[in-house]
Design a protein around this ligand. Sequence first.
Ligand SMILES: Nc1ncnc2c1ncn2[C@@H]1O[C@H](COP(=O)(O)OP(=O)(O)OP(=O)(O)O)[C@@H](O)[C@H]1O
Ligand SMILES: [Mg+2]
Length: 233
Amino acid sequence: MLNVTGLAVHYGAIQALRGISFKVSRGEIITLIGSNGAGKTTTLHSISNIIRKTSGGVVFDGQDISSLAPDRIVASGLVQVPEGRRIFANLSVRDNLEMGAYTRRDRGIRSDREMVYEIFPRLRERQKQTAGTLSGGEQQMLAMGRALMARPKLLLLDEPSMGLAPILVDEIFSVIKRINGEGTTILLVEQNAFKALGIAHRGYILETGEVIKSGAAGDLIKDDVVKTAYLGG
Ligand SMILES: Nc1ncnc2c1ncn2[C@@H]1O[C@H](COP(=O)(O)OP(=O)(O)OP(=O)(O)O)[C@@H](O)[C@H]1O
Ligand SMILES: [Mg+2]
């Protein structure tokens, strides 16, 4: 479904990505794991084409999207939930969800909102609340709900567990599993390697802009290098 080849990105003189390649098949949960500054967010931004690539190809659903405009990429079914949520703080919960559907012209928007409220009952209770006053966990739910309103085929999630209490982390990860179970393919960026490998099918380990290891999640979780660097020994 997604084929990324030789992705390289420079910020000025600094090379943030050094030729990253990976694949995501339909129906999978794939995780990209790496520590601070490894290049995870840069990878997602360059797939969504919101930063400039030095080189590399991105094919999504049979279409070369490497130079497609970001809104066209969203409309084609590839939707990113940004790091740190980036909800519209001054809009209500409900209006944030509406914004997620801005590329759509069909009649399914209302029923999709119901679907989002069913997945995140807390958002229904708070639909009139100003989004900026939601708790961190609720804002993560809203950011995910807003992305679902675009009817993604592939959802890119950038550190959804960041800054959340353990019980909310569990809730977010079980929602990711559920969304995947209902047919959405997932590319999950995480520092929480243990949790991410717990729900993913396969994973790629990123270090200073390179993929240093990849494999089945069940193998990576037992791997000595991964254990030492990312799973606290
Ligand atoms: N706009 C920018 N200008 C200059 N350097 C940047 C910019 N954005 C990112 N970088 C650098 O690129 C490298 C990769 O950053 P990136 O944000 O992709 O890392 P990350 O893996 O997402 O890290 P984190 O887990 O902390 O979010 C880092 O060294 C970072 O300082
Ligand atoms: Mg990041």
